[in-house]
Ligand binder design. Structure first.
Ligand SMILES: [Zn+2]
Length: 570
C-alpha cells in the first residue's frame, strides 16, 4: 500500500523570533534588503562578510541572537536582470534546506528577504523548500527511519501562502511518487493501487479499464503496445480515469490525457547500446495528471470539471510485441501504419484522446490536453528545463498557450510555445494506399526536423480531432504538452519540477537526461550524441508535473478562456 508522505509539520509564523525552531534559512539577494524586523539577521551576516567576502555569493552559516540560534544564508544571486526569473528563489530555498539538513537542523524556519520582483515570490520560496524535503516513496516504504527529512518547517509569512504551497506540494508528491518510482513499484496495476489509495475518501472518483477484451476493442493502439506486456500479469496495462467536479454550475471542463509508459524498452525497435536505463520515467505525463487531480482534491475549485486519464502501459519486448509495418485501425477508424515501436507514447494516448474527443461535446466549455514525455527533440529545441506547449486552431484562437506560459512564469514552471504547422500533418500522412496515417518515421525524433511538433499532428489525425478544427461545425480546443525536457532527472529524484521547475535539483536531473537521451523517450537508442555530457549527477527528483503548479498558479488556471483566482479559494 502506498506509504503516505510523512510530511513534516508546516506552519506560518509571524516573526523570526519565534520559539520552536533549531535554525533559520534566509533566502535573500542582498544583505541590504534585511531591514526592519530582519535587521537582526543582517548584523551577524555583515560581520561574517567583513572577514569572508564570498558570503553574499556562496552563503554561510552564522550564529544569531534569536531562539533558533543559527542562520543559513541561502543567496539567490541576481534577481532583476533581463533573464532572471522566479526560479532563483525556488533554487535558493531548496539549496538552503539542503544546507540546513547538512548542518543538522530538523526544524528550520524559512525566511524570505524583502523581494518585490515577483508576484508569487513567497509561494515559490515555500515550494522550493518543500521540494527539497521530498522523500521518494521507495524510501518511505522500505526505510521507515528515513521517511522524513525534517520534523517541522516554519515560514515567516501568511498562512494562506503556506496552505496553498502545501496543496501544490501534495500534488507534486503524487506525481513524483508515480513518475519517479521503479518499473515494478509503479507497474500499471500498482499505479492503480496507489491512485485508489490516494483518492479514497476524496471527491475525485476513479474508473479503471483493465479488461483486455475491452482494452483491445476500445483502445486498439494502446493495446498494440500492451500486447507484449499483458502476458505478464503484474505488467498488464490500465486506462484510468479520474474525475473531479467542483461545486456550482460547471463553467469549464478539462479533459487530460497523460502518457504513462511504466517502462520503455523501445519494444522490437529496442533501445540498444546502454540507453534503456532511465526509461521508468516515461510515465511522468500520467503522473502529472494524477498530481493535478490531487491538487484539485485539496483545493476544491468551484465551477470546474476535470477528467484526467492515465494511459498506463509497459512497452515490453518479446514474441508478442508489436512491430513496425503493422497496420492497426484506431478507435477513430483511422488506419495507422506503425513506423517505430519506440514511438509508443503516442500509441498509448491516441485512443484515450479519441475517447475524450467523443465525450467533449457533452461537456461545458471543454478543453482537451495531452501531457507526455514524448520526444528527445523537445530537449534539443528548448533545453532541459522547459515544457513545450502546442495549440490546435481552436485553442490558439483562445490564446491557451500564452496563458499557460504566463501562469507558469509566475510559479517557476516555464513553458515554451511551439506551433503545429502544415508540414507536421504531411509528415504523418499515409505513404501508400494501405494506410491513412504513418505513426512515425524510423529515425529518432532528435534527428528529425520538427521532431517534437509532428507528434501533435499524429495525435490529432489518429484520434479524429482533425474533424474538430476551427473550420469545423464543432471545434474543440486541444493542446499538446511535451514535458520530456522538464520532467526531471535520472538518476535522482523526480522534481515534479516542471511544476515549479528549474530548481537546481531539476537542472541536475535534466542534465542526466541529456546525458542519456533515451531517458527522454522515443525513438532513441540511436540518437546518442557523444558530444553530450556523459556525467550523471544524482540527487534530483524526477518530475513530470509541469502542468500542476502552472495550472493552478496565481491567477491563471489552465487557461481555457478563463481564469481561476486560486488565492480566493483558500
Ligand atoms: Zn519509446
Amino acid at each position: 500500500m502506498a506509504a503516505k508522505r510523512i510530511r513534516c509539520e508546516v506552519k506560518a509564523e509571524a516573526s523570526v523570533s519565534v520559539e520552536g525552531y533549531d535554525g533559520i534559512i534566509l533566502v535573500a539577494d542582498s544583505l541590504d534588503k534585511l531591514t526592519g524586523p530582519l535587521d537582526v539577521l543582517r548584523v551577524p551576516l555583515q560581520a561574517q562578510a567583513a572577514i569572508d567576502q564570498s558570503v553574499v555569493k556562496d552563503g554561510a552559516v552564522v550564529k544569531v541572537a534569536l531562539p533558533a540560534s543559527r542562520l543559513v544564508l541561502a543567496p539567490t544571486g541576481h534577481l532583476n536582470r533581463d533573464y532572471d526569473d522566479v526560479r532563483r528563489l525556488f533554487d535558493a530555498a531548496a539549496a538552503g534546506i539542503k544546507r540546513a539538513l547538512k548542518v543538522g537542523m530538523k526544524k528550520p524556519l524559512l525566511v524570505l528577504a524583502n523581494v518585490d520582483s515577483f508576484p508569487e515570490a513567497r509561494l515559490v520560496t515555500v515550494l522550493g523548500a518543500l521540494h527539497a524535503l521530498y522523500v521518494p516513496i521507495e524510501i518511505r516504504e522500505d526505510v521507515p527511519e528515513k521517511a522524513s527529512k525534517a520534523a517541522r518547517l516554519g515560514f515567516v509569512g501568511d498562512n494562506k501562502t503556506v496552505q496553498l504551497a502545501m496543496a501544490l506540494d501534495a500534488g507534486r508528491t503524487v506525481a513524483s511518487d508515480i513518475g519517479g518510482s521503479d518499473p515494478e513499484r509503479m507497474a500499471p496495476p500498482r499505479v492503480e493501487e496507489y491512485v485508489r489509495d490516494v483518492f479514497q475518501g476524496t471527491n475525485v472518483s476513479l474508473e479503471v479499464v483493465s479488461d483486455d477484451e475491452k482494452l483491445c476493442k476500445e483502445y486498439p493502439l494502446f493495446s498494440a503496445v500492451n500486447r507484449c506486456a499483458k502476458g505478464v500479469p503484474r505488467h498488464r496495462g490500465r486506462v484510468m480515469f479520474l474525475t473531479y467536479q467542483g461545486s456550482g454550475p460547471v463553467e469549464q471542463t478539462l479533459l487530460l490525457v497523460g502518457k504513462g509508459v511504466t517502462y520503455d524498452t523501445g519494444g522490437a525497435d529496442i533501445k540498444a547500446g546502454g540507453v534503456m536505463a532511465g526509461m521508468h520515467r516515461d510515465k511522468c505525463g500520467a503522473a502529472a495528471v494524477a498530481g493535478f487531480m490531487q491538487i484539485l482534491a485539496k483545493l476544491q475549485p468551484k465551477n470546474l470539471k476535470v477528467i484526467g486519464s492515465m494511459a498506463m502501459v509497459r512497452n515490453s519486448v518479446g514474441s508478442e510485441c508489436y512491430v513496425a509495418d503493422e497496420i492497426i485501425t484506431s478507435r477513430a477508424g483511422v488506419r495507422v501504419r506503425v513506423g517505430n515501436t519506440d514511438a509508443e507514447g503516442r500509441m498509448a494516448m491516441a485512443d484515450v484522446l479519441c475517447h475524450m474527443k467523443e465525450i467533449a461535446p457533452k461537456e461545458v466549455n471543454p478543453h482537451l490536453m495531452t501531457i507526455a514525455t514524448l520526444t528527445g527533440h523537445v530537449c534539443l529545441a528548448y533545453g532541459e528545463e522547459y515544457s513545450a506547449i502546442m495549440d490546435n486552431g481552436p485553442a490558439r484562437l483562445a490564446g491557451v498557450a500564452q496563458k499557460l506560459q504566463a501562469a507558469g512564469d509566475l510559479v517557476a514552471d516555464p513553458f515554451e510555445i511551439s506551433t503545429i504547422r502544415r508540414g507536421d500533418f504531411d509528415f504523418h500522412s499515409g505513404k501508400s494506399e494501405y494506410e491513412d496515417v504513418l505513426q512515425c518515421n524510423n529515425a529518432p525524433s532528435s534527428r528529425t526536423p520538427r521532431g517534437h511538433q509532428t507528434p501533435s499532428a499524429f495525435l490529432i489525425m489518429s484520434s479524429g480531432l482533425d474533424k474538430h478544427g476551427k473550420d469545423s461545425s464543432q471545434p474543440l480546443k486541444y493542446s499538446h504538452l511535451d514535458i520530456a525536457g522538464s520532467s526531471g532527472p535520472f538518476p535522482g529524484v523526480p522534481t515534479a519540477s516542471h511544476t515549479t521547475a528549474g530548481n537546481k535539483i531539476a537542472r541536475t536531473s535534466c542534465k542526466s537526461y541529456v546525458a542519456r537521451p533515451s531517458a527522454l523517450q522515443c525513438p532513441p537508442g540511436r540518437y546518442v550524441d557523444t558530444s553530450w555530457p556523459t556525467s550523471r549527477r544524482p540527487g534530483s527528483r524526477p518530475g513530470g508535473l509541469a502542468p500542476v503548479a502552472a495550472v493552478l498558479s496565481g491567477q491563471c488556471y489552465l487557461a481555457p478562456g478563463g481564469t481561476l483566482p486560486v488565492h480566493q479559494l483558500m
